[in-house]
Design a protein around this ligand. Structure first.
Ligand code: CS2
Ligand code: MG
Length: 403
């Protein structure tokens, strides 16, 4: 059996920070896992280096579930984004090793392909509605079947999801958090116009999505969902902060617009009520922040019992290692819904060569043994870590709000 002989954390910043765990075995096979937690990267790097790695040495790399349970139960202090991102990185790396030793892509170890490819959605964003729709057309020309629309809001200097870049979006900047100002009323008046014009320009054959990014109260989310019903969104995401899972009952009472939530969840417990009461339609939990492939399969299994589908997070701050693992998971899981795909820059892709590919709006992880992604350590070493924070958000009167 393959014994773990060493493991190390590689922190690199090819335009943005990524944290990668590399686990080596005495059979020559090594595996890698993403451990990136945007804005808190070094906390996970330390959790792995100072607390987890010493416990891994000498263990049987094939015992993925046992190691997962050891790291989850053995920490005593359970759950949370730092802990679960660290466990996720170990989990991804061990699946990578298992696939390499078996000579099979990980999706084959997960039960094989349940579809030809994973439908993905791109991010069309613009300073105004016209520019956003222009971007969306570019995604349609590239064969995407689903596009997220986010536009600037008149009267607000900045808002979530709108960047100066055409295809990339990097919100983490600066050595201290930027501060943005938010107005729910300005936003609520604007979004229905975005989707009315979006539908008229883009037609009905494309799936349209929108991310509220945790900024409404439940009743406001119910109102927005109702206002958007004529435009048949694929989903309305993070409509309200989800610590209070019961709050989604209020949204459900007022609208049939499908709801997606969970990119900041880190375990099944964050979503249990939402799923069991069918308060959502898509669960956004992802491989890197929700405990890896092993735990994400548990979440998807519970979701499948309640007709909830997957819609995993896939922003640029999740590395290509996460993207690869998410595609192996997405290709094999029965209740796949959609996969977010915010493309990485060429600089990032050079550090993380990968086998996954996009064709006609569907992505496939490729058939290389393991996860089919690697890290070029020499190149990674050239990009030094640079502290960066996600913005913070305040109401116009200065009240702290969700960003
Ligand atoms: C967003 C993310 O992709 C999304 O749906 O919510 O871009 C999110 O803002 C970032 O991942 C935060 O690091
Ligand atoms: Mg989101």
């Amino acid at each position: 059996m393959p014994r773990i002989t060493s493991a190390r954390v590689i922190v690199t910043c090819p335009g943005r920070n990524f944290v990668t765990l590399k686990i080596e075995t005495d059979e020559g096979a090594y595996g890698i896992g993403d451990a990136t937690l945007n804005g808190r990267e070094l906390a996970v790097a330390s959790y792995l280096t100072d607390h987890v790695i010493p416990c891994l040495i000498g263990r049987d790399a094939h015992r993925i579930e046992d190691i997962w349970q050891y790291l989850y139960k053995g920490a005593y202090w359970r759950r949370g984004p730092v802990t679960m991102s660290a466990i996720a990185a170990v989990d991804m790396a061990l699946w990578d090793i298992k696939g390499k030793l078996a000579g099979m892509p990980v999706y084959q170890l997960l039960g094989g392909a349940a579809r030809e490819g994973c439908m993905v959605y791109g991010h069309a964003n613009g300073s105004d509605i016209a520019e956003t729709i222009e971007r969306a057309h570019e995604y349609l020309e590239q064969g995407y079947k689903a596009v997220r629309l986010q536009s600037g809001v008149p009267g607000l200097a900045a808002t979530y999801g709108v960047s100066g870049e055409r295809f990339y979006y990097e919100p983490a900047k600066g050595s201290l958090p930027d501060e943005t100002v938010w107005s729910t009323s300005k936003y609520m008046r604007h979004v229905p116009q975005l989707f009315e014009k979006g539908r008229n320009a883009l037609g009905w054959d494309v799936h349209l999505l929108h991310d509220v990014h945790h900024r409404l109260t439940p009743i406001e989310a119910g109102r927005l969902g109702k206002d958007l019903e004529p435009y048949r969104l694929f989903w309305l995401e993070d409509a309200t902060p989800a610590e209070n899972q019961a709050g989604f009952r209020l949204i459900r009472q007022h609208t049939t617009t499908p709801l997606a939530v969970g990119e900041i969840f880190n375990s099944v417990w964050d979503a249990k009520q939402l799923i069991e009461e069918q308060l959502i339609d898509y669960i956004r939990a992802t491989v890197v922040h929700a405990g890896g492939i092993t735990h994400l399969r548990r979440i998807a299994g519970l979701a499948d019992l309640h007709q909830v589908r997957t819609g995993c997070h896939g922003a640029t701050d999740l590395s290509p290692v996460s993207m690869a693992a998410a595609l192996h998971f997405g290709l094999s899981v029965p209740n796949f819904g959609i996969q977010e795909y915010m493309r990485h820059t060429a600089e990032t892709d050079a550090v993380f060569p990968h086998a996954y590919s996009l064709s006609n709006g569907l992505m496939h992880p490729g058939d290389k043994p393991g996860l089919g992604v690697d890290i070029d350590e020499a190149l990674a070493a050239k990009h030094e870590y640079k502290r960066a924070y996600l913005p913070v958000n305040r109401l116009e009167d200065g009240t702290m709000w969700s960003w």
